[in-house]
Design a protein. Structure first.
Length: 243
């Protein structure tokens, strides 16, 4: 069964999160978050050993998503980063973002009317929780200046071929409950797997299952932000602005 939280994750997607900062809870952007110690970004900056500027999609589809990524490892990673990017603010809801991701990035084998309904139902519950946390009625716009965002900032490839790529993604999630509120943030680690289908990369449940098996044979990269001295030891590659 397909499930989406803050990003598109296909059956059994793996994710964890660490929180940084104060002033409220972090967005729900990991598929199976577990209790972990709070992560605090260090004051000293250690330059990442590896940087990458991932390609952008060649066009924007009717749902407002970047699509048309090149058939390369970098293209697959660019698509995975795009599929994990969310921005909930200014009247745009979790439902809007979840369904956009679903229709733009999920492969044919995992699309069905039942899955679409499930995505919408889960997103509605997230919107209700978010509204309660931000002090507004369910269905109402978020307060002025409020937002919830998720951006991929690093990756570690698990396995790659010309038509399938699996990867650990490192993302930063931020949330603000209003103009005068302090931003809270968290860092998440998520497993994604994509396949080449009909001229573009798509998220795949079958590929995710294979990725979980491959990942089990490796050490999971530690959740650390770029600039942390452990970032390089964990094997992450930091992402520059898309090329």
């Amino acid at each position: 069964m397909l499930a989406l939280t803050g990003y598109a994750v296909i059956s059994g997607g793996d994710g964890d999160s660490d929180t940084a900062g104060k002033g409220g809870s972090s967005p729900n952007v990991s598929s199976s978050p577990s209790a972990v110690p709070t992560y605090q970004v260090p004051d000293d900056w250690t330059e990442p050993d590896r940087w990458a500027a991932l390609p952008r999609g060649a066009r924007t589809d009717k749902h407002g998503s970047e699509v048309g990524f090149p058939q390369s490892t970098e293209g697959a990673l660019g698509m995975a980063a795009a599929a994990n990017r969310i921005n909930i603010e200014n009247g745009r809801s979790t439902v809007d973002e979840q369904l956009r991701i679903y229709y733009s990035y999920v492969d044919k084998a995992d699309q069905s009317s039942n899955n679409a309904k499930l995505i919408e139902q889960q997103a509605l519950q997230t919107d209700k929780s978010l509204a309660q946390e931000m002090g507004v009625k369910p269905g109402s716009p978020l307060p002025s200046g409020a937002y919830m965002r998720n951006t991929v900032i690093g990756y570690k490839v698990i396995k790659k071929s010309s038509d399938e790529v699996s990867v650990w993604l490192l993302a930063r999630a931020t949330q603000k409950t209003g103009e005068t509120a302090k931003e809270s943030s968290s860092y998440t680690r998520t497993l994604n797997a994509v396949v080449w289908e009909d001229g573009d990369w798509k998220l795949s449940g079958a590929a995710t299952t294979r990725a979980q098996q491959d990942a089990a044979k490796q050490t999971e990269p530690k959740i650390v932000a770029p600039g942390d001295e452990d970032f390089n030891d964990a094997g992450w590659t930091a992402i520059r602005e898309a090329s």
